[in-house]
Ligand binder design. Structure first.
Ligand code: F6P
Length: 399
């Protein structure tokens, strides 16, 4: 059993804590780790109702302080109760800006026998804070009743109350990672996590970027319904490649685009005409169908019925003999995900059906077990535009 871990966010309001917390939760869930994220704001709203003004957060508001402690206690009871009952990674998304509050969390963590990591979000740039307030805070249920400018004013006052009592995580408080200015600079101390989580945290940046996903154009093997291989594009696939290059030329949002392909000919040929920086990842190659490479589904059913049945029973975990399962594909995509999180520019990924299903599940938070059934048709570009904590999606059919 891997050790239990508690990841505890720290930071003033509008520093990107929830963005980071949700990213971590999504990544770990995608990797099949039993993860739970609790947001203190949600607990406050469900216990006390939304629409508290900044007065509620004043440090000298005795009733407000007691109510906030009660909310934190309820959230911690649930989260650490869940961790003790078999959970693996608990993520607590709250300000935790005082030592007293972090001491309370540390006690709970010790009782649950979990390793504690503070993840502190710091922002030295006022313009970034203002953007976060306007992009995500004013649309919170807390401000549903207020005009935008009143909401902005109130939120700034809320930040000032927290600032007056803020104690950054100290050297004597155990392990921490401090994300300064969306991860432009990182400070770490005593972080002893398993490499997959540790490397993710070190590669994560608070950058929201547009992302486009598409399969390669139709290949010669697609026409014959054969799995895998490394065939060239068909004439229809070549025509798609031209339309894709035109799309990139026409879209303003794609001006600074970088293009990632697999190492297989059909994705490289699809991206060839796009006049943008390109990078090849072997990890983006299609699922390896092992002994079934080069066969059609009908042929597999005919010649290897037990394999076809086993795959139909559990498509996510089924591993082709000498090949891979979807679960394996997720594991192999980890370096791509790390590179994605480091990348600052908008990105087009030209991939294959199974790898794109897995990558799309990571980006959109779809349960990994569902990814083998996602629809990623040929000649369709999936456009993911960033919102506060997720993406909005459009599908662009190109012929
Ligand atoms: O058929 C095209 C293809 O990319 C194959 O190379 C691959 O084996 C398959 O799709 C993956 O889809 P599924 O997991 O649904 O068989």
């Amino acid at each position: 059993m891997p050790p239990k871990v508690a990841i505890v966010m720290v930071g003033l309001p509008a520093r990107g804590k929830s963005f980071i917390a949700r990213k971590i939760a999504r990544y770990l869930t995608w990797l099949g780790r039993n993860t739970r994220l609790v947001n203190a704001g949600d607990y406050r709203r469900s216990l006390l109702g939304a629409q508290q003004t900044h007065e509620f957060f004043r440090p000298d508001n005795v009733e407000g302080r007691a109510a906030r402690l009660a909310v934190a206690t309820a959230a911690l009871d649930d989260l650490f109760g869940w961790l003790r009952a078999g959970g693996e990674v608990a993520i607590y998304d709250a300000s935790n800006t005082t030592r007293a509050r972090r001491d309370l969390v540390r006690q709970r963590c010790a009782q649950a026998g979990a390793m504690l990591l503070f993840v502190e979000a710091i922002c030295t740039n006022d313009a970034d804070v203002e953007t976060t307030i306007r992009e995500s805070k004013v649309s919170s249920p807390d401000y549903a009743h207020l005009p935008t400018e009143d909401a902005v004013q109130d939120f700034r006052k809320r930040i000032a109350h927290y600032t007056s009592t803020y104690e950054p995580v100290g050297e004597d408080e155990g392990s921490y990672i401090k994300y300064i200015d969306k991860g432009e600079k990182l400070l770490c101390r005593g972080v002893e996590l398993d490499p997959k989580l540790g490397r993710y945290l070190l590669n994560l940046r608070g950058i929201r970027k547009s992302t486009w996903l598409t399969r390669h154009g139709e290949s010669l093997w697609n026409i014959r319904n054969l799995l895998g291989g490394d065939s060239d594009l068909s004439p229809a696939g070549e025509a798609f490649a031209l339309r894709l290059a035109d799309l990139v030329d026409q879209r303003d949002a794609m001006r600074d685009l970088v293009v990632w392909t697999s190492a297989l000919k059909r994705t490289v040929q699809t991206a060839r005409g796009i006049a943008r920086e390109q990078r090849t990842f072997h990890e983006l190659d299609e699922i390896n169908a092992g002994i079934c490479e080069g066969m059609s589904y009908a042929e597999i059913r005919d010649k290897l019925p037990t394999e076809a049945d086993a795959r139909a029973r559990d498509k996510f975990r089924y591993r082709y003999p000498h090949g891979e399962s979807y679960q394996d594909v997720i594991e192999r995509l980890v370096p791509v995900v790390l590179a994605y999180e480091r990348e600052m520019r908008p990105l087009l990924v030209v991939g294959h059906q199974a790898v794109l299903r897995a990558f799309y599940a990571y980006l959109t938070g779809i349960a990994p077990e569902r990814c083998p059934y996602l629809g990623i048709p040929l000649h369709t570009v999936i456009e993911l535009a960033p919102r506060a904590y997720d993406y909005s999606e459009e599908r662009i059919a190109l012929g």
